[in-house]
Design a protein. Structure first.
Length: 181
């Protein structure tokens, strides 16, 4: 490939600083995932992701011995996939109830001890009555579900990256020090 062809196929981003911020968040996600993995003990984890589109599972998979704790994940971006794969029944698939049902559904589907789920609006514009840059993060630990609503600043890419880090933190905060099992 010539230099000209490489230049044409290389993605162009309007804001290099935003790209750097998203890259930094992705790196941070791997660090947080490693800390979470240590705290899991013998528990296994699964992810259900909409707006984060697999970033959480990716961060977990980058941790040494991920095969010992990562059961798997589902990226369900479209409404019909959230409903058919994860059992979401909520009227709005970007909501507290949907995040809870996604977390519950993926834990059941993957046979995981704990789970984390994200659904939200990464863009600045509201969608279906939900303000832009809003992400609902659901976590399941010991069969108990909690959902937190988070608001982030930045581009859609930054929102997704920051939401991924926050989801890992939310799950880690719920785990007991010695892990499960």
């Amino acid at each position: 490939m010539t230099d000209a062809a490489a230049t044409r196929t290389r993605p162009r981003f309007a804001d290099d600083a935003a790209d750097e911020a998203a890259d930094k968040a992705a790196d941070e996600a791997v660090v947080v995932a490693a800390a979470l993995a240590e705290r899991l003990g013998s528990w296994t984890v699964a992810t259900a992701e909409s707006c984060t589109a697999g970033r959480i599972a990716s961060a977990l998979a980058c941790v040494d011995h991920a095969v010992d704790f990562l059961r798997g994940g589902v990226v369900a971006y479209q409404e019909d996939q959230k409903r058919s794969l994860l059992g979401v029944t909520a009227d709005r698939v970007v909501s507290t109830q949907a995040a809870a049902e996604m977390a519950t559904g993926v834990a059941r589907l993957m046979g995981a001890d704990v789970a984390v789920a994200t659904t939200g609006v990464a863009a600045a514009e509201p969608e279906d009555g939900v303000p832009g840059r809003t992400v609902f993060i659901g976590t399941i630990v010991d069969g108990q579900c909690e959902v937190a609503e988070h608001h982030f600043d930045g581009s859609p890419e930054q929102v997704c990256a920051r939401a991924s880090v926050q989801a890992l933190r939310d799950l880690m905060d719920r785990l007991p020090e010695g892990g499960g099992g």
